[in-house]
Design a protein around this ligand. Structure first.
Ligand code: GAL
Ligand code: ZN
Length: 624
């Protein structure tokens, strides 16, 4: 169930041996190897030096540790950048970035793609039959962008497939505005630095295109690996952030297991909320199936320009919170803290101080605990509320020319999720564009700005059939091209919500609207409710303060608010014949949690309640 981030290329063989011994002691059974090792595997074009990696894999195998073997394509070696300057990435302002860090390549450059396929093929050939190979880890955190001419050519190809005709493209992008009409495909480019606001349709489609372009770079490596090792699962680790033009919900159809990296950015209680958010999102991408936390920080959280240590026990609570929400284990970056390199002060399971350290001791404890939890893998996470997630709405609401600078899609989604978390409600995320049933007591649409006709129809059918909906401001406003739906906001959802908004009225401190009732009733300032078919739809035209949002969501879902949920987090997984309760005490005092069954870590029976110490956690196999 564990761990990662071995960077043997930075160490000598005696350290590898010590590493394997320390891993065994900590119950480590999976490590990622080779993520950024391209220059050590192919120091010059076509000259391969696999000997050291052979020895590392042999040592790990002998120690009972399996390997997630990475293709090293996230960081091309120096010779590559020198030989192929046209494969270095170009920013929107035309600056070409140069070699010297990592991820400095253009995913559209044919030379890069070819070199990446070649090293993937060599690795596959060399290690296809190695007994330690358990998982392929393609690349690392796909997410960098390029605006060069290679990207332009590929963008045109993507647009021709999407729109077929220039008329359709011109229409989707509203190019009649500001003399942007295209009479030839050759006139179309990525959005580059320009005089004033760029075209929002072009900006949005470029993100969609780039997500597909990176996906193509992934799938061509995947297909090479698949041919060599048809039975070894293949994945890539997702990174998440505003700078990442990747639609993970779409990508997840192409990976054998969804793998995510997660580093909270808040050292206070926000870290627990962020952890739950990231894990629930990963479960959405994996369609509810188990997924894998591929990277997390053993210790430090960077916030406000400095490092904050995770308090004793916090690493375990974060790791187990991921497991509670569907992860198959807890992996970390990084195994051993390096002497040098840009991430020399990044936290590690074996810190600079060595194994005689708090962090390594907690690692050993966590490993022992995880070893006793493998049965929970069979359980599906219980969630009665769903929050819609839509990468394209995020992109569109980060685009130019919106009615308020303060619009922040991610913050809106996180606020909805946090409000539920704080009243003790576990939420799924759903992607409306995926279709399929919505078996929830409540569906929340936070700022779901783009809405295709199909997504709008799915929401309508859900409410009409008895579902409960809460939609916030900025939902349903535009179609999937980002064109505003006419006749009043919230466009696609007007009828279901029973309101018509004639004007947005953002204020210096927030969002407000001029809402006309069209069937709905006002339940409090900024909130309306509408009976639609057999269901009920609430509309929030302004943010609700503090606990009021969570209370409204709980009320709409028909679920009682659980007092103290932020200190005592409870998550359930359930299989056909068993259930597991995860309890996390984030507070400063011990708490008694009502439960009946067996404590999986101590093996002791639990009759009526289990005591969870301050900063601790428990997992109970429930008997009823
Ligand atoms: C991840 C990356 C790791 C390491 C880590 C630092 O984004 O995959 O290599 O850089 O962040 O937090
Ligand atoms: Zn490029």
């Amino acid at each position: 169930m564990l761990r990662r981030g071995l960077q043997p290329e930075q160490w000598t063989e005696d350290v590898w041996r010590e590493d394997v011994a320390l891993m065994r002691r900590a119950g480590v059974n999976l490590v990622s190897v080779g993520v950024f090792a391209w220059s050590r595997l192919e120091p010059e074009e076509g000259r391969y030096t696999f000997g050291w990696l052979d020895r590392v894999l042999d040592l790990l195998e002998a120690g009972g540790v399996k390997v997630a073997l990475a293709t090293p394509t996230a960081s091309p070696p120096p010779w590559f950048s020198l030989a192929h300057p046209e494969a270095l990435p170009v920013r929107a302002d035309g600056t070409r970035l140069l070699h010297g860090s990592r991820d400095t390549y253009c995913a559209s450059a044919p030379a890069y793609r070819e070199a990446a396929r070649r090293i993937a093929r060599e690795l596959a050939r060399r290690y296809a039959d190695h007994p330690a190979l358990a998982l392929w880890h393609v690349h690392n955190e796909y997410g960098t962008t390029c605006h060069c001419d290679h990207a332009a050519a590929a963008f045109r190809g993507w647009l021709r497939e999407r729109y077929r005709t220039l008329d359709a493209l011109n229409d989707a992008w509203t190019t009649a505005f500001w003399s942007q009409h295209y009479a030839d495909w050759a006139y179309v480019f990525p959005p580059r630095a320009t005089q004033y606001l760029p075209n929002p349709g072009q900006v949005l489609d470029f993100k969609r295109f780039w997500s597909d372009e990176l996906l193509a770079a992934y799938t061509e490596q995947r297909d090479i690996l698949r041919t060599a090792t048809p039975d070894v699962p293949i994945t890539t680790n997702y990174v998440f952030g505003g700078w990442v033009p990747v639609d993970h919900a779409r990508w997840s159809r192409e990976v054998d297991v969804v793998a995510v990296d997660h580093y909270p950015s808040d050292s206070g209680p926000g870290a627990e909320e962020e952890t739950a958010f990231a894990a629930d999102l990963a479960r959405c991408w994996s369609g509810g199936r188990p997924w894998l936390l591929m990277e997390s920080a053993p210790n430090l959280i960077y916030e406000g320009g400095r490092m904050h240590a995770k308090e004793p026990g916090r690493m375990a609570r974060h790791s187990l919170s991921h497991v509670a929400r569907g992860s198959r284990g807890a992996m970390f970056f990084q195994w051993r803290a390096p002497r040098g390199g840009a991430e020399r002060f990044h936290s590690a399971l074996v810190p600079h101080a060595g194994p005689d350290s708090r962090v390594y001791r907690e690692t050993v404890e966590l490993g022992a605990a995880l070893g006793r939890l493998s049965e929970v893998d069979a359980g599906a996470v219980e969630a009665s509320v769903a929050v819609a997630w839509d990468a394209a709405s995020w992109w569109a609401l980060s685009g130019p020319g919106l009615p308020w600078d303060g619009i922040d899609y991610l913050a809106e989604v996180r606020t909805a999720h946090r409000a539920l978390w704080r009243v003790g409600v576990t939420a799924d995320f759903v992607s409306l564009d995926r279709g399929g049933p919505l078996p929830y007591q409540l569906l929340v649409l936070p700022a779901h700005y783009l809405m295709s006709d199909a997504a709008a129809a799915a929401v309508r059918t859900y409410v009409d059939g008895g579902g409960r909906l809460v939609a916030t401001y900025l939902s349903g406003v535009a179609d999937e091209y980002g064109r505003v739906r006419l006749g009043g906001y919230p466009g696609a959802l007007r009828e279901v919500l029973g309101v018509r908004v004639e004007e947005f009225r953002p204020t210096p401190s927030g969002w407000a609207e001029d809402v006309r009732l069209a069937g709905a009733v006002q339940v409090r300032p900024g909130v309306t409710r509408h009976r639609f078919g057999a269901g009920t739809a609430w509309y929030l035209s302004t943010p609700l303060d503090g606990g009021a949002y969570g209370e409204l969501l709980a009320e709409a879902a028909g679920i009682p608010v659980r007092e103290g949920a932020a200190e005592l987090e409870l998550v359930r997984r359930r299989a056909r014949h068993a259930g597991w309760l995860f309890a996390f005490n984030h507070g400063a005092e011990a708490r008694a949690v009502p439960a009946q069954g067996t404590d999986l870590v101590t093996g002791k029976p639990v009759d009526g309640a289990v005591e969870v110490p301050a900063g601790g956690w428990a997992v109970i196999r429930e008997t009823n």
